[in-house]
Design a protein around this ligand. Structure first.
Ligand code: F0G
Length: 912
């Protein structure tokens, strides 16, 4: 799998800061990166916390049972642990420390000994008067990767210590993935031998399962016969007499833990301590919701594709660093930077590790986790390694590329890096205060570069939605069942859904936050007022009327503004827009520039309205017989093609002269504004928001399907400047849509819309959005795959005629191509050609439109560029085998809108 086995459900903004801003932050926090406030950190390179939730975990968060005793969530958690690890009962704790506390309390007596592989002594064992002895084997081979299982215990040392300390040994504590080098896994082989030794001595073996899936993955990978992930996890857990887990690691919960002893008496003893220290035996210091999130996280460990992805991504990050020349070692949980190679020129008293951490923050915006006892980080091995953990499923390849590139730049300048001197005597890392040993840590570019070298998405993944990964045999059958019509597929059988960009957005944490705090009343409410203010301030229209989606606004506008028989000139058309114009008695005339109809023309503003064509219409019918101009931004059916500001200016001049209103379809106006910023002279320095405001200033009103650019799943807007017109709109709204205050929208969606609108006009967001489409388009062009040129805003349109030249248009090449893409890749696209256009009622023949296209539409903030590369690779494979696709014939042809429900069969069987 080379792309995520999930799509994005919720994203959270991450700050981009210029190095000089980070310098000021470091100065304010005494150059101790553990003190830098999180809102100043772009990349939190730590698993605990920043890892993302699945949507089921988020749902679990809302359904936790907060009963004091016997909570349902506790039984759910216990069942999840039982199913995966085979233990009968658990003792819940507030986190991993809580689990260890119960263990130490019961098992460690003064003078007792704990043998371990954890890299650091346990303060809890010491607090109970015990002693810790580290028996890790692999300290000396710090540069080897996880395949060498450097978490393994030194078996002869273990045997000798067990012999020497006899009954004083309280237990042997094996962390399956102890700290250091980004996580060093333990091998099943070693664990089985440890188990033999402990059993022979009657000493309990404690296994920390917090990273069990990563360790199982490394064990299963090269085993013969191959070990699947679930079996490997069960084997690892099966060696333990006592199991414990911190919920914040592999299960991606924020808090929580458990301990479980197989011996019923011991279990009972541990359980009796839970009321003293943690809570009750059925919640152990966790909320019900935390137990739900934890339980789901454990269940999700059993999905091998998830761990596969995490490890693949770690491999990619490691390779990127190595390619940039950086001395980095791959671990099972993160990547280790070799401090000695990096900063060999600094003496130990200038704290190279802390210096490197500060420098990595300064140039890359990344925070490496350094914590615990300060002294530990001054001596080997901890002093020589700076670990960047990889949060689970939170970052994209582009995020990691940005970090790796910036650390690569730091590596190039390593000799300029000056050290830090300590100015206090800290016991713990977070207490340390430093000052630069010389004037500056690193001389920064005096211009203070504000842009990263390789800018990535301005958000991280907060919540993901798992996707079903299917094989070709499965998809062949699903396609037959769907009658070779992608509309009839079940979305759960789809890997990447490129059917539409409408209502499919991943909302941000800020939008979700607003949705949980609404006042849900049908009457005048603050949310609708806030929306009006926001729309007014961004688009500039005086009167703002919410509707439930775009076509509702189109209906009202058309009915109010069109007199039967009037013309409505527009730049191409969208289906619902044209339908409502016609229902109101209007006649649509296409005045888009000719370039728009030529898929090979590379003119950038193919969405422009042709003023000469409009002039001709005015002369033909008279201005009075033109209802308004319908001006769509980033014209959908032309391939997401923008119009230019110059064109709008010309249009406005002409229309003002003849008193013809201009009504925008501003559904994709933000994307249009970005193209103007990028491509039109004079706009590069302007914000997208101000460009959008200027665009709208040339019009008199607009309809918007907010389900596209404005980053919501539902919503529409109707707006205008004329008060009398607005009154007529509102009168109709009451009858056709719902309350005046909300236009039939849920107040929660109104809040999401206000916030989505503001997020959509942030330059960094819209840049990442359009870049994604442009990069996809460029890669397809380079691969020789025929697409509509130039790549547009929200979609790439494949030219099915040129993709499948051997299929006649009456055998529906675009329909066949969409079906074949699904079978080959699991990606769902949409036919826009002969099937959609239908039959001529007079002749009964198919219309055979000029454009025979397949639309690959990109949802906003939902897919990563790894997903897009998956699309490119799949299309390349299919293009090479295009001869094996034959045309289709209808097996069922509906009378109206046949593309939705129509069923087909291939003329010859496909060899895909
Ligand atoms: N205008 C344009 C340009 C559209 O693309 C759409 C919908 C609408 C209006 C209608 O708005 O769906 O909110 O009622 N386009 C979707 C698509 C359906 O897949 O392109 P709605």
């Amino acid at each position: 799998m080379h792309s995520e086995p999930f799509k994005l459900k919720e994203v959270q903004a991450i700050p981009q800061r210029a190095p000089f801003e980070r310098w000021n932050t470091l100065k304010a926090h005494r150059f101790n990166i553990s003190q830098v406030p999180t809102e100043e950190v772009t990349f939190e390179m730590v698993v605990r916390g920043p890892s993302s939730w699945s949507q089921f975990q988020k749902a679990g968060f809302m359904v936790g049972d907060e009963a004091y005793a016997g909570a349902r969530s506790y039984y759910t958690l216990e069942a999840a642990v039982r199913a995966l690890f085979g233990v009968e009962a658990i003792v819940p704790t507030h986190n991993g420390v809580g689990a260890e506390k119960l263990l130490a309390t019961v098992l460690v007596k003064p003078g007792g000994v704990v043998l371990h592989n954890r890299g650091a002594d346990s303060p809890l064992v010491i607090a109970h008067g015990g002693e810790c002895l580290d028996v890790t084997a692999g300290h000396d081979s710090a540069t080897a990767g996880p395949k060498s299982f450097r978490g393994d215990l030194d078996l002869s040392a273990l045997a000798a210590l067990l012999e020497r300390h006899g009954d004083r040994v309280a237990y042997v504590h094996v962390d399956l993935c102890p700290e250091g080098s980004g996580g060093r896994p333990v091998s099943i082989e070693n664990l089985s031998r440890v188990r033999e030794l402990t059993r022979a001595r009657g000493v309990p073996l404690v296994i920390d399962l917090s990273d069990v899936s990563a360790v199982a993955w490394w064990n299963g990978r090269d085993a013969t016969p191959k070990l699947d992930l679930v079996t490997a996890m069960a084997q690892l857990a099966g060696y333990g007499d006592i199991l414990l887990m911190d919920a914040s690691r592999a299960p991606r919960a924020d808090v929580g833990g458990f301990v479980a002893a197989l011996d019923p008496n011991l279990h009972e003893e541990i359980r009796s301590q839970v009321v003293v220290f943690e809570g009750l035996h059925t919640y152990g210091g966790m909320t019900g919701r935390a137990m739900e999130v934890f339980a789901l996280g454990i269940e999700e460990l059993a999905k091998p594709e998830m761990e596969d992805w995490h490890q693949t991504q770690l491999g990619v990050f490691h390779e990127l660093l190595v390619a940039a020349g950086v001395p980095a070692v791959r671990g099972a949980r993160g990547v280790m930077l070799d401090v000695t190679s990096f900063l060999g020129h600094l003496p130990p008293e200038e704290h190279p590790k802390f210096t490197l951490a500060a420098a990595v923050y300064l140039l890359a915006g990344a925070r490496a986790p350094i914590e615990g006892s300060f002294a530990r980080h001054l001596t080997a091995p901890a002093a020589a390694e700076l670990v960047l953990e990889l949060p689970r499923f939170a970052f994209t390849r582009d995020h990691l590329a940005q970090v790796a590139t910036d650390i690569g730049a730091l590596w190039q300048r390593r000799e300029e890096i000056a050290g830090l001197k300590l100015v206090n005597e800290p016991e713990f890392v977070d207490e340390a205060r430093f000052a630069p040993a010389r004037e500056r840590l690193l001389a920064l570019d005096p211009r203070g570069e504000c842009r990263p070298v390789e800018p990535s998405e301005p958000w991280k993944i907060a919540v993901f939605e798992p996707l079903k990964v299917t094989d070709k045999a499965y998809r062949r059958e699903a396609m037959v069942e769907a009658g070779y019509n992608t509309f009839l597929l079940r979305s759960e059988d789809v890997y990447l859904d490129l059917l539409t960009d409408s209502g499919t957005t991943a909302m941000s944490s800020r939008q979700w936050e607003g949705m949980t705090a609404t006042t849900d009343t049908p009457f005048a409410n603050r949310h609708a007022r806030e929306l009006e203010d926001t729309v007014r301030s961004v688009l500039g229209f005086e009167h703002v009327i919410p509707t439930h989606q775009g076509r509702a606004a189109e209906h009202i506008m058309s009915q109010v503004m069109i007199r039967p028989g009037q013309l409505v000139p527009g730049n191409m058309y969208f289906t619902t827009t044209k339908l409502h114009q016609e229902m109101a008695g209007g006649v649509f005339v296409d005045i888009i520039v000719d370039d728009a109809h030529d898929p090979t023309s590379t003119f950038r503003f193919k969405g422009n309205l042709d003023c000469a064509k409009l002039q001709a219409e005015i002369e033909r019918v008279g201005a009075d017989n033109i209802a308004y101009i319908s001006a769509e931004c980033c014209v959908n059916l032309a391939g997401g093609q923008p119009l230019s500001m110059a064109n709008l200016r010309d249009l406005a001049t002409l229309c003002q002269r003849h008193e013809i209103p201009i009504m925008f379809d501003a559904t994709r106006a933000v994307e249009n504004a970005h193209f103007i910023k990028q491509e039109e002279p004079g706009y590069a320095h302007r914000t997208v928001r101000s460009i959008l405001t200027e665009m709208m200033s040339y019009g008199d009103g607009c309809t918007i399907s907010c389900k596209k650019d404005f980053l919501v799943n539902m919503g529409g807007i109707l707006a205008c400047n004329d008060a009398a017109l607005a009154t007529r709109f509102r009168r109709m709204l009451r009858v056709w849509e719902g309350e005046l205050g909300n236009g039939g929208l849920d107040n929660k969606d109104i809040v999401a819309l206000s916030r989505g609108l503001l997020e959509s006009v942030e330059d960094d967001y819209i840049r990442a959005r359009i870049d994604q489409t442009q990069i996809l388009g460029q890669k397809l062009i380079r691969a020789g795959i025929p697409i509509v040129l130039p790549p547009g805003s929200h979609a790439i349109f494949l030219d099915a005629r040129r993709f499948l030249p051997h299929i006649d248009q009456d055998e529906f090449p675009a329909q066949a191509l969409a079906a074949a893409i699904y079978i080959e890749t699991g990606v769902r696209t949409m036919e826009r050609g002969n099937v959609s256009k239908g039959r001529c009622p007079k002749t009964g023949e198919n219309y055979r439109p000029k454009l025979e296209l397949v639309r690959c539409t990109i949802s906003r903030r939902v897919y990563t560029n790894d997903h897009m590369d998956f699309v490119v690779e799949g299309l390349k494979r299919l293009y090479e085998r295009r001869e094996s696709i034959s045309g289709l014939r209808f097996s069922h042809e509906p009378k109206v809108l046949r593309f939705f429900q129509g069923r087909f069969e291939p003329l010859m069987s496909w060899d895909l």
